[in-house]
Unconditional design. Structure first.
Length: 315
């Protein structure tokens, strides 16, 4: 699921888009921010659907084999055991999944060769052959073959990678979140009573997390010039064009958290943005951001502007 670091990255992406655009419409960019998070869930439903389609292709494959000009005995008796896989049946019975399919208008007919090619890879894998020969399956062994489909068939496929990358602009960034959502789904689907099996939630507490990202985004826009002044005071020996835009945005986001989010410890804020900088900015950004934020923090504390409330938050 999306944790707070992932959510901060989403805000960073939206702030970058805001400053790069010619539009000053904050509400429109805020809408795009929320949409980017909904797209993670959409990606999740697409992936579950792909897993389902690959499993269901066993029926089509069996019919094609049976209708060969000279079918063998194996062709006439193709094993379609995966059609009764408990994970897949539970997924097909899941109301959240069915609603997601309808909401996002999910259909794989735009890429007809993808499902066939992925099923062919699955069909020829020793793990699949072992699965269809088993007779004492449980919900766990049924999940094991689905995990194999996800990890070793789909995620290893360059064609599947390209399809998701073309469809979702933030696929390279959101791919790890998707894997966490799928892993959570495997954990959740533990009962033979399909009604008890639930999809993963996009965040631990969406109402609270939504408020966090919207407030963080709005504060960074509203007080942009104030935060820029704080940064400028501590970077007077630097030419403005030498400071990466991502570094500036990350520092502004950290300052916004220092001043406006009294339940988030200062150390947590700093650590989060230093970690984000490792992935989204330059190799030297980590130490640069850390040094500037430390100086800004000293001044803000001296002016008694840091107000943290709660046990363990007051330094």
């Amino acid at each position: 699921m999306l944790n707070r670091r992932h959510l901060r990255v989403k805000v960073l992406q939206s702030l970058y888009a805001y400053h790069q655009s010619n539009s000053g419409d904050i509400r429109q960019h805020e809408k795009h921010l929320l949409h980017s998070i909904d797209q993670v869930y959409e990606m999740y439903i697409w992936m579950l659907s792909l897993i389902s389609e690959i499993s269901s292709y066993a029926e089509i494959d069996a019919l094609e084999r049976a209708n060969k000009h000279l079918p063998t005995a194996d062709d006439l008796n193709a094993n379609v055991k995966i059609l009764s896989n408990r994970f897949i049946l539970s997924l097909h019975d899941n109301k959240e999944f069915l609603v997601g399919l309808k909401k996002y208008k999910i259909a794989w007919d735009f890429e007809p060769e993808l499902i066939k090619s992925l099923f062919t890879l699955l069909k020829n894998a020793p793990e699949y052959l072992e699965y269809i020969q088993k007779t004492d399956d449980t919900i766990q062994t049924d999940k094991d073959i689905i995990k194999f489909i996800f990890k070793k068939v789909i995620l290893k496929s360059s064609l599947a990678e390209q399809v998701f990358e073309d469809k979702f602009i933030y696929w390279p960034v959101d791919k790890d979140v998707l894997q966490a959502l799928i892993a959570k789904t495997f954990k959740n689907f533990a009962s033979d009573n399909y009604q008890e099996n639930k999809l993963a939630e996009i965040t631990g507490n969406w109402e609270e997390d939504r408020e966090f990202i919207v407030n963080l985004f709005e504060k960074c826009i509203r007080y942009d010039s104030d935060y820029q002044e704080l940064i400028t005071q501590k970077t007077q020996n630097w030419e403005p064009d030498r400071i990466a835009m991502m570094d500036t945005l990350l520092m502004k986001m950290a300052i916004a958290e220092f001043l406006n989010f009294n339940s988030i410890p200062v150390k947590v804020t700093i650590n989060e943005y230093l970690e984000i900088s490792k992935e989204f900015s330059t190799p030297k950004s980590n130490s640069f951001i850390n040094g500037i934020l430390d100086k800004i923090l000293i001044d803000l504390k001296g002016q008694n502007k840091i107000k943290k409330i709660g046990r363990g938050l007051i330094e």
